[in-house]
Design a protein around this ligand. Structure first.
Ligand code: KE4
Length: 433
């Protein structure tokens, strides 16, 4: 039995069949609920702030398909535009005006982006940008941060976050030493550690890549001066600064974390929101660097479905909605109410917790905190998190199934949803010792 409070027999039936067909029964590891225990519920449909499982249970959804559903699931404007686009076919494999439209919107929005290349996922964006960093500088080494996740390409699976952290796979089998020997790591928010890496590898580091606000070790914000310090360090060394904004892009602000913090990297990766729920990733930045990408330049990267007309359509409509005045004030207000409320409830029910939010992204750790790095995050009581997650699920609240993930709100979440979530949290936390 998966849970006592809600009927989940259909989910159990479908998920047990899935496990015979697909590794772990899922198309992506974190969905298997491994680190929180119990079985996942199987979705039937999503709409607005809600997800509905195959047993008819409704959940207030704080994952939002891991970020893309910032305008609410199945947004009528996005769905309507997709319906129109469908009549023109599902894929061209040729230039389309839609790519120009979304490219212009991204270039206009994101301070670092003068040119952009569309791909099909955040992983593809990050692996491509790594190749570009190396092609442009002629250097091989890169710096990433412990607990940051940049997709599952070999060279990034070194002390990565998200599902890798959740599953305790800091260095996944199958990743050859040769693929990671040039990947240097430092603790997040530790500028001295990065300075040391630069001193030990003078003129050899192609660049530094990071999540400007971390969502894959749980939610961690940059300390004051951290991003600015990395900007200075990379400039001095002639290496590149890359913000992985796959998660933060168009979520922390319309121009991403780089707009919010006023630090402009050389290159940026994007995904999730810019596809509005359809498969889109992108990398972009200074034109002099991007013009190295084939066929303009020698650095090869390609993709059958890149710039897909349906995906472009969903992305365009999503950004049109986000451009509306007051969008980010609303997202910040509703998420602040949720985050502050959760912290208050945790305190009032006798639990040690910390966390916070920035715009439509939030996190909650069951530890004293503050959490500045992945090592700090790992001090959290993951057992308690698992009980909290399961309890909230039974109360109809769908949270990320790992302490090492962030939470996401949308324009569809209402005050009533937040109030209901806080009532549920109080009920659950009152019953956890
Ligand atoms: P995708 O390949 O999953 O589209 O993007 C990889 C990626 C790159 N960079 C950042 C900062 C990311 O957060 C991600 C993917 N995020 C995870 C959630 N932590 C996706 C969920 C999953 O792996 O199923």
């Amino acid at each position: 039995m998966v849970s006592s409070l809600i009927k989940t027999s259909k989910s159990e039936e479908i998920f047990s069949a899935a496990q015979k067909l697909m590794p772990g029964g899922v198309s992506s590891p974190v969905r298997a609920f491994k680190s929180v225990g119990g079985q996942p519920v199987v979705f039937d449909r999503v709409e607005g702030a809600y997800a509905y499982d195959v047993d008819g249970n409704r959940y207030i959804d704080y994952i939002g398909t891991w970020g893309p559903a910032i305008c609410g699931h199945a947004n009528p404007q996005v769905i309507g535009a997709l319906r129109d686009a469908l009549g023109k076919g599902t894929s061209f494999g040729a230039p389309s005006a839609l790519e120009n439209v979304l490219a212009e919107m991204v270039i206009d929005a994101v301070p670092s982006v003068e040119m952009v290349r569309f791909v099909n996922s955040g992983t593809e964006a990050c692996m491509s940008v790594l190749r570009l960093m190396r092609a442009f500088t002629g250097r091989e080494k890169i710096v990433k941060f412990e607990g940051c996740y940049h997709g599952h390409a070999d060279m990034f699976l070194v002390k990565a976050g998200s599902g890798v952290a959740t599953l305790g796979l800091p260095d996944s089998p199958g990743v050859p030493k040769s693929a990671t020997s040039s990947t240097l790591t430092a603790p997040y928010n530790d500028l001295e550690a990065v300075k040391k890496l630069f001193a030990e590898n003078p003129g050899e580091i192609a660049g530094v890549i990071l999540e400007p606000v971390v969502g894959n070790s749980g939610f961690i914000v940059p300390d004051a001066g951290f991003l600015e310090g990395l900007r200075e360090l990379t400039k001095e060394d002639g290496s590149l600064l890359v913000f992985d904004e796959v998660m933060t892009g168009f979520r922390i602000a319309y121009g991403g974390a780089q707009e919010k913090f006023g630090v402009t990297p050389d290159l940026t990766t994007m995904g999730k929101v810019i596809g509005g729920g359809l498969p889109v990733g992108a990398y972009g930045g200074r034109a002099d660097i991007m013009n190295m990408v084939a066929p303009a330049g020698p650095m090869y990267q390609a993709g059958t479905l890149s710039g897909n007309p349906l995906a472009m359509t969903a992305g365009i409509e999503t950004l049109k909605i986000l451009q509306q005045p007051g969008t980010y004030e609303q997202l910040d207000r509703i998420t602040k109410k949720l985050s502050q409320g959760l912290l208050n409830v945790a305190k009032e029910t006798g639990h040690v917790a910390c966390g916070g939010q920035l715009s439509a992204m939030f996190g909650l750790f069951f530890t004293e905190g503050p959490v500045h790095s992945f090592d700090d995050a790992k001090k959290s009581d993951t057992e308690k998190f698992a009980k909290f997650h399961r309890g909230m699920l039974e109360q109809g609240i769908y949270l990320a199934p790992s302490q090492y993930e962030a939470g996401f709100t949308s324009l569809a979440h209402t005050d009533a949803d937040i109030d209901a979530t806080l009532v549920a949290a109080r009920e659950v936390l009152s019953n956890i010792k």
